[in-house]
Design a protein around this ligand. Structure first.
Ligand code: CP
Length: 331
């Protein structure tokens, strides 16, 4: 963090505090208002003009890649990208570290997704020791962390509960492959900043949260429970956060032996849920979230996805020091 409490890198959700989250949520609201007029759009487009960003995504992504790319375009940043390391000089034996140091020679910001847990931290540390450190934003690091997803999830929750007392006092149910779902880990860390929040982790035994997350939640004294049940907690939940099986991390196809069907949210389940509750999913989805739910007023995942672009505009502007220029003009 800088002296102003703003991060140089965005690596893990644990580095954010409540003040930072409130800053990003407010900034995102301002940016969305600016987007509604031509003058506002031009204003946003000049905020980072002349700067360049590199998108280095060596693990598949649709939303995170495109929302970051769109966020850069909104702020006037030029972008370059590598999405397949076999097209870079890594193919000739260059180390990933040397590749990233090379990108840092050409750009002002590196946004990266990697299958390697902890690798974004390693790169940030390496660049900090060079003469030209540039900020790193973690767009997902293996089963480990997805901090910008956690920020967009907090924004979505806080805006969904805007007229219902905010996130304070809410019961958030997280469902599915909680062991390898990086969005679960990153979001759970942040919920400790809200008063009287309870988390219900609903999963098969094989996909229970990892001990490191359990220890952190115990230490932060947030109320949580772990259960195999699915239908009973649905009725208690103010937010239901669905996730898919993360079988890309299987070693020997072990996900196939887990009965996941019980953890599918079906249209018939809607009648069990509170009328003002919200349904979220980081997407992509498979069968765990019935497409017939999409038109229910409680389904917020498409809005959540779009919020990803706006919160990422706010995060990039903050990292590049352009956030103090986002003032609300008379529109
Ligand atoms: N939520 C998310 O990270 O989606 P992508 O994998 O499509 O980027």
């Amino acid at each position: 963090m800088s002296a102003q409490g703003k991060p140089f890198h965005i690596l893990r959700s644990g580095q954010f505090d409540r003040k930072f989250l409130d800053h990003i949520c407010l900034l995102t609201d301002h940016i969305r208002r600016l987007d509604k007029s031509k003058d506002g759009l031009l204003y946003l487009n000049r905020l980072c003009q002349g700067k360049r960003a590199m998108l280095y995504f060596t693990q598949p992504s649709t939303r995170t890649f495109l929302s970051f790319q769109s966020a850069c375009q909104i702020l006037g940043l030029a972008t370059s990208e590598i999405r397949d390391s076999s097209t870079s000089s890594e193919r000739k034996g260059e180390s990933i570290e040397d590749s990233l140091r090379t990108f840092s020679s050409y750009v002002d910001l590196i946004i990266m997704r990697t299958p390697i847990p902890g690798f974004c931290d390693k790169v940030a540390q390496m660049l900090d020791e060079t003469h030209r450190p540039v900020p790193i934003i973690n767009g997902g690091s293996g089963p480990d962390e997805h901090p910008t997803q956690a920020v967009l999830d907090i924004y979505t929750l806080s805006r969904s509960f805007r007229n219902f007392g905010g996130i304070d006092g809410k019961t958030i149910m997280m469902v599915g492959d909680l062991k390898r779902g990086r969005t679960i880990r990153s979001l759970s860390y942040l919920l400790r900043y809200y008063k009287n929040v309870k988390i219900i982790f609903s999963s098969p035994d094989e996909f229970k949260i990892d001990q490191d997350l359990r220890d952190k939640l115990l230490k932060s004294q947030i109320s949580f429970e772990e259960t195999r049940a699915f239908e009973e907690p649905l009725a208690q939940a103010d937010a239901v956060y669905m996730t898919r099986v993360q079988d890309e991390y299987d070693v020997k196809g072990e996900s196939k032996s887990v009965d996941y069907h019980k953890y599918h949210l079906k249209y018939e389940h809607l009648k069990l849920m509170k009328p003002n509750s919200v349904i979220m999913h980081p997407l992509p989805r498979r069968d765990e979230l019935d497409v017939r739910i999409d038109n229910d007023a409680r389904a917020k995942y498409w809005r959540q996805e779009r919020n990803g672009m706006w919160t990422r505009v706010a995060l990039i502007a903050t990292v590049l020091g352009a956030d103090s220029n986002v003032i609300l003009p008379e529109l």
